[in-house]
Ligand binder design. Structure first.
Ligand SMILES: Nc1ncnc2c1ncn2[C@@H]1O[C@H](COP(=O)(O)OP(=O)(O)OP(=O)(O)O)[C@@H](O)[C@H]1O
Length: 240
């Protein structure tokens, strides 16, 4: 029998991280952040505080100007780029600009992480269809992204982020373009991923979202992270 280590390595650790764009001022300063494995964290803060920039550091789209990032126990700075790419494939990401591939259908966009992982269409088709039905895109499976509404693009991006059951799920305003009912449904999806073991980090202005799940909430103000607090759900049970 193999016993789990008493203190498993956090999914992500940032130590004294700072970020500046080019020669501009530091937009993030002295960020200390640890995401324990299987944790659920919300990131809030006013527009321009640096939430999107911090998420981009977390999924290694940006390099910090100073400080250290450890992802899944690995010091990112010391890794070869092939290893960095392998670590990034363990992250599901939902970005504000969605980054869907315009010439691939909704189905193909969502299936892409599985295709890249070498799975055959036969093995994943029913999972992709089930997930698309769950996010309310069952009727748009053959559509190309440029023909989708903002909310449909967002749901497609979320489905793509979760289809491969990532170890770490990072989402930037994932309910920004949908009505409250669909927002609650999407939050259920994130909660379910978390229940299955994924570490979840969501940046949001949506206080309603935060109120519906028991999670740690971090606040960014002018590029600095404030002490954590745990927000119990205002309603009993898990996500709405
Ligand atoms: N590519 C870039 N080049 C230069 N400055 C940038 C770039 N991206 C963001 N910034 C600056 O970094 C700061 C933080 O921006 P960021 O988008 O991370 O904030 P945010 O909290 O996500 O804002 P919002 O809630 O409006 O999305 C802002 O001052 C912004 O102007």
């Amino acid at each position: 029998m193999t016993l789990a280590p008493p203190h498993p390595e956090p999914s992500l650790v940032l130590e004294r991280v700072g970020l500046r764009y080019g020669r501009g001022p530091e937009v993030l300063s002295d960020i200390d952040l640890s995401l324990p494995r299987g944790s659920f964290t919300f990131l809030t803060g006013p527009s321009g505080a640096g939430k999107s920039s911090l998420l981009k550091l977390c999924y290694l789209e940006l390099k910090p100007s100073r400080g250290l990032i450890r992802l899944f126990g690995e010091d990112v700075d010391a890794l070869k780029s092939s290893k960095v790419q392998a670590l990034r494939r363990r992250i599901g990401v939902v970005l504000q600009d969605f980054r869907l591939i315009d010439h691939l259908s909704v189905f193909e966009n969502v299936a892409l992480p599985l295709r890249v992982a070498g799975e055959s269409r036969n093995s994943y088709a029913s999972d992709v269809i089930e997930l698309l039905n769950w996010v309310g895109l069952g009727h748009r499976m053959g559509a190309l992204p440029p023909t989708l509404s903002g909310g449909e693009k967002q749901r497609c991006a979320i489905a793509r982020a979760v289809i491969a059951k990532p170890d770490l799920l990072i989402a930037d305003e994932p309910t920004g373009n949908v009505d409250p009912e669909i927002g609650a449904r999407l939050l259920r999806l994130f909660s379910e991923m978390n229940r299955m073991g994924a570490t979840v980090l969501i940046a949001t202005h949506d206080v309603g979202l935060i109120d519906h799940v028991s999670a740690r909430t971090l606040r960014l103000d002018a590029g600095r992270l404030n002490a954590a607090q745990v927000s119990p759900p205002t309603r009993p049970g898990r996500a709405a």
